[in-house]
Design a protein around this ligand. Structure first.
Ligand code: FMN
Length: 301
């Protein structure tokens, strides 16, 4: 089984990915958060070096215009990447309102024309990450029939509708349908947060190619190690990871965005510390890095 790091916009940039892989059991493959317009700065892409990285990094594109997708893919090729991923899952209103991400799933004829063009002209192989519909899962068989027409390297399915946002549970029946009918290698994504979540999934779907994990690795950064039979990570290991993240972020950004990034991680990591509510409250309230550090120190006391 392969394990992929999910793209998490605002969290899993190049710095996060490098430091995560150094401190914890490494993923087999990592997907970047989406690049959504042709004018983007390639600096972030160049921070990962496809030629030197021991683990493949796959850049993701969010677009509903074939011309833009192809232009971005060409830039990614120039940066040395060997494959790209198409985002058909993002549920954010600002994205779906423009018919992108899971908003594109509402217009199957337009999606079909888009896929025809990008698969014909893209200079790199394409994988797709998708939700199973916009507001009605009965379109899923039609969507899957459409996807089956294209030579995608893999289909990553997050079995939720756009309107589900992140509300549990996932629509496992739609994944079961894909398991039966998908012609391409299939990757599962969604709500894998413990070894037992993983074991249940694999008992039901033993032949999937890979499992993609996002929030579960933030709630428990030792999850991947545990999935490989390692002991849970200690607070000291988590502290060392956060310290390096902070220090490296401070080299690239000022205090405020660094603090913001750390708090975003803590929004998930806090689940590990249900008995430290007071310290967590202090941590989230902190406006200065030294206040954050004091709160984190007492949390890890
Ligand atoms: C903060 C945040 C940012 C995300 N950014 C992206 C993104 O850039 N591209 C994408 O395909 N999915 C994105 N997702 C969705 C995740 O990749 C993943 O599909 C979703 O969180 C379900 O998997 P999980 O339960 O393992 O987290 C994001 C999710 C969150 C919570």
């Amino acid at each position: 089984m392969q394990f992929y790091m999910a793209p998490l916009e605002g969290i899993t940039g190049a710095l996060f990915r490098t430091i995560y892989q150094k401190h914890f059991f490494p993923f087999d493959r990592m997907y970047t958060p989406f690049f959504g317009n042709t004018g983007f700065n390639t600096k972030e892409l160049k921070k990962s070096d496809p030629a030197k990285d021991s683990v493949p990094v796959i850049p993701q594109i969010l677009s509903n215009k074939a011309e833009d997708f192809l232009q971005i893919a060409a830039m990614m090729k120039e940066c040395g990447y060997e494959t790209v991923n198409l985002n058909l899952g993002c549920p954010s209103g600002t994205v779906t309102g423009k018919g992108r991400g899971s908003g594109f799933l509402r217009d199957i004829p337009a999606l079909s024309a888009f896929l025809d063009e990008i698969f014909e002209k893209c200079p790199l192989p394409i994988s797709v990450k998708t939700r199973v519909g916009y507001d009605d899962e009965s379109v899923w068989p039609e969507l899957l029939t459409l996807y089956n027409r294209f030579p995608m390297t893999e289909l990553i399915v997050h079995p939720r509708l756009k309107t589900d946002m992140y509300k549990p549970p996932v629509r496992i029946g739609t994944f079961a349908y894909a398991y039966e009918h998908a012609k391409m290698p299939l990757v599962y994504n969604g709500d894998i947060c413990t070894v037992s979540d993983y074991e249940q999934l694999i008992a039901e779907f033993p032949e999937i190619k890979a499992v993609m994990i996002g929030r579960g690795m933030l709630r428990n950064p030792g999850l991947l190690g545990e999935l490989h039979g390692q002991a849970p990570v200690s607070d000291d290991e988590i502290r060392a990871w956060l310290t390096e993240l902070k220090e490296e972020n401070l080299k690239a950004f000022t205090e405020t965005p660094t603090l913001f990034k750390l708090k975003e991680i803590w929004a998930y990591l806090q689940d590990r510390y249900p008995d430290r509510k007071k310290e967590l409250k202090q941590l989230f309230k902190s406006k200065k890095l030294y206040e954050y550090e004091n709160a984190a120190a007492s949390l890890f006391r």
